[in-house]
Design a protein around this ligand. Sequence first.
Ligand SMILES: O=c1[nH]c(=O)c2[nH]c(=O)[nH]c2[nH]1
Length: 295
Amino acid sequence: MPHLSGAQYGKDNIRVYKVHRDEKTKVHTVVEMTVCVLLQGDIETSYTEADNSVVVATDTMKQTVYILAKEHPVTPPELFGATVAAHFTDTYKHIHSAQVKVKVHRWTRINIDGQSHPHSFLRDGSETRNVVATSTDEKGIEIRSAISGLLVLKSTGSAFHGFVRNEYTALPEVWDRILSTEVDAGWVWNTYKSLKDVESAVPEFDKTWDEARTITLTKFAQEESPSVQNTMYHMCEDILAAAPTVQSVEYSLPNKHYFEIDLSWHKGLKNTGADAEVYAPQSDPNGLIQCTVSR
Ligand SMILES: O=c1[nH]c(=O)c2[nH]c(=O)[nH]c2[nH]1
């Protein structure tokens, strides 16, 4: 007998922009985010018997996100995600789990002649700050925060040698290479019992995001990296040390390769090893190195 062994539904790609206008200073602060809401619960009959009486329309989810954005703070995203998730499990008895993903896009204040402009912003990169808040009847509110799409490169200070060598190995060992990656770093907070607990933790969210970003950039830039694996492990250790209420840290780092180009066929041009200056950036395939470090 076929049976429904899993079901969730919701609204994805809800785009929201909110402005705060300071009446006194005339300074505007803006937030732009993309939200996804996914619900689970006693919704089987909507699939199996066309029973729409259990369906909270996905359009209602979108309207709810707009209304909650109007009535509540949208920053930090951990608080807004938890507010939306708790709304769905609290409001609808038959909804037992609500997962809310919030992706915050960068709008950085424009500087004109050394002065922060009061109402003009620029998109300085495709990096986003991401949060997944999940409210469940039994567990409370689980939150994962993340940095995503932070593209970095170092032109030296990275090596890779001592790896397995056999008849399948073509890669030469290197003591000096280019290292580039697009950082995806996530950290999972100890579970909160209620929205009140999330509200009490609010000061930690921006602070930890800031620290995680600084740790990532500092370790990346300053460490003599023996491998992506070892460098990302050190980043995880530092974030766990900086944020006592974080239970685990995860990194997912693509290794964006830059290949040397042998140009010796052209008039004996030297462009390899210590003479390498012109490289060919590779779009694919790429290494993909991941880890989770728990307390
Ligand atoms: O830091 C690295 N880790 C690897 O596992 C690996 N594999 C590879 O081909 N290059 C690299 N670099």
